[in-house]
Design a protein around this ligand. Structure first.
Ligand SMILES: Nc1ncnc2c1ncn2[C@@H]1O[C@H](COP(=O)(O)OP(=O)(O)O)[C@@H](O)[C@H]1O
Ligand SMILES: N[C@@H](CC(=O)OP(=O)(O)O)C(=O)O
Length: 422
């Protein structure tokens, strides 16, 4: 039994969906379960829609029309039969957003986020599943909210593993005897039947949950890159494919922000010793990366870049030291405002961190911290992490840059940097 996960990039247009069909057809001899994300950049578009609605910018109806048009265009190219039931099915799914936006927002932002943004995965799976059936595969659309059971921490829901495993084991193996279940990544359901999401880019995590609960032989995540590379090709012109990786190195790389895999994905697989393959949907016969149990460490230094960082520096007002009670208060405030710390550094009287710069979120955080501390922040920075660094690799990333913060251990070097002002 094997799990396939196809992300937004693989189903960004009709050609992508046809390619997914071809890949599945090559593997249909073995029991397969397929997890799919929202098409292309739909999650970003739905976030824009929500923001326009929630902050009453009046552009949400237009954004909604564009999102619907994007999906209907894809369906038009896939289904010659214009009376195919998928057209109505998708339209009815979008109606859930109509119901929410027909009145002014009453519910909290995070709750609305999950109800609106999850529709991206609901419609993509309906389209792909219907297309696989249309082309003769015995695909079966599954509502993942009946299987991934979570608490009600909207936008960052925690999985109830006991309930989830029981639900998956009860139904899915028998469905897989005859059909290929096609289901949504990224989303879950609460015990009151509300939709939740597992955090941005959480579909890889969903795939790992299914793999672990089903004791799958393997999980393959299909990407637009040849596998895991030693740097993001968007930032580095010459990269190397890493053919094999230990679970530990994979966790470390994703933890530091190599956003090719969601950081929560690896642990459930490691626990069950399930091999993870990261392969290219563009070159489906390429070697890819195999992540498995091995004591070999990463063969080449790896680089992880995070742009749009802000450094937040916190000093006690009375120049008391940065000690446990101050730190615990500071961490609580970060947690409350959902600001994730990407790097931290502390001295006796100063605690500095690097965070993703979301202007609204960071201003609220700074405002609250300023009640007890002297706080400053500086935006437009980059965070670079080098796993298995040496001086040569450090010099390479510091050309025309100055370092504001630096943290090193034996394997990993993190530097918060900005362009040198000449
Ligand atoms: N170390 C890395 N190796 C390969 N790709 C990386 C790495 N770090 C970041 N990436 C980026 O991850 C992208 C694929 O992930 P993502 O866009 O989330 O795919 P999907 O939408 O299919 O889930 C690649 O296009 C690449 O730019
Ligand atoms: N659609 C969600 C979940 C996800 O994992 O997507 P992708 O597989 O395209 O990264 C997001 O964009 O956050």
């Amino acid at each position: 039994m094997h799990i396939f996960k196809f992300g937004g990039a693989s189903v960004k247009d009709a050609e992508g969906v046809k390619n997914v069909l071809q890949i599945i057809e090559q593997h249909k001899g073995e029991p397969l379960l397929v997890i799919i994300s929202a098409m292309g950049k739909t999650t970003n578009r739905l976030e824009e829609l929500l923001n326009a609605f929630f902050y009453r910018q009046e552009t949400h109806h237009q954004l909604f029309d564009e999102i619907k048009h994007f999906h209907f265009q894809i369906m038009d190219s896939l289904f010659e039969d214009k009376n195919h039931p998928v057209f109505d099915d998708v339209l009815n799914t979008f109606v859930e957003i109509d119901w929410i936006i027909e009145e002014d927002p009453q519910d909290p932002y995070d709750y609305l986020y999950d109800q609106i943004v999850s529709i991206g995965e609901m419609v993509s799976t309906k389209i792909v599943s219907a297309y696989l059936q249309y082309r003769g595969l015995n695909a079966q659309w599954i509502d993942v909210r009946n299987y991934i059971h979570t608490d009600n921490t909207y936008r960052d829901a925690k999985v109830d593993w006991v309930k989830t495993e029981a639900a998956i084991q009860k139904d899915i193996p028998s469905i897989m005897q005859n059909a290929i279940p096609v289901t949504q990544g990224f989303i879950g359901g609460t015990s009151e039947n509300f939709t939740t999401t597992l955090g941005r880019e959480g579909s890889d995590y969903t795939a790992a949950i299914f793999a672990a609960c089903l004791n799958a032989a393997g999980l393959t995540i299909w990407k637009d890159v040849p596998g895991i590379l030693n740097a993001d090709p968007k930032w580095f012109s010459s990269t190397e494919l890493i053919p094999e990786l230990s679970y530990l190195d994979a966790i470390e790389l994703s933890y530091y922000g190599a956003n090719v895999i969601h950081p929560k994905t690896i642990k459930p697989l490691e626990n069950k010793e399930i091999t993870l393959y990261v392969r290219s949907f563009i070159d489906a016969n390429g070697q890819g990366t195999r992540i498995h149990k091995t004591t070999e460490s990463l063969s080449v230094p790896s680089f992880i870049f995070k742009v749009n960082q802000a450094m937040v520096s916190i000093l006690p007002k009375d120049f008391s030291f940065i000690v446990e009670d101050n730190l615990s208060h500071i961490f609580k405030v970060f947690h409350k405002h959902k600001v994730k710390i990407n790097m931290m550094h502390n001295s006796a009287v100063n605690f500095s961190v690097s965070v993703d710069y979301d202007e609204k979120q960071v201003s609220k955080l700074v405002e609250e911290l300023q009640q007890d501390f002297s706080v400053s922040h500086l935006a437009d920075l980059e965070l670079v992490t080098i796993r298995y660094y040496n001086q040569q690799t450090i010099d390479r990333v510091l050309i025309d840059k100055e370092v504001l913060l630096e943290v090193k251990d034996s394997y990993t070097c993190q530097m918060l940097i900005r362009n040198k002002t000449s």
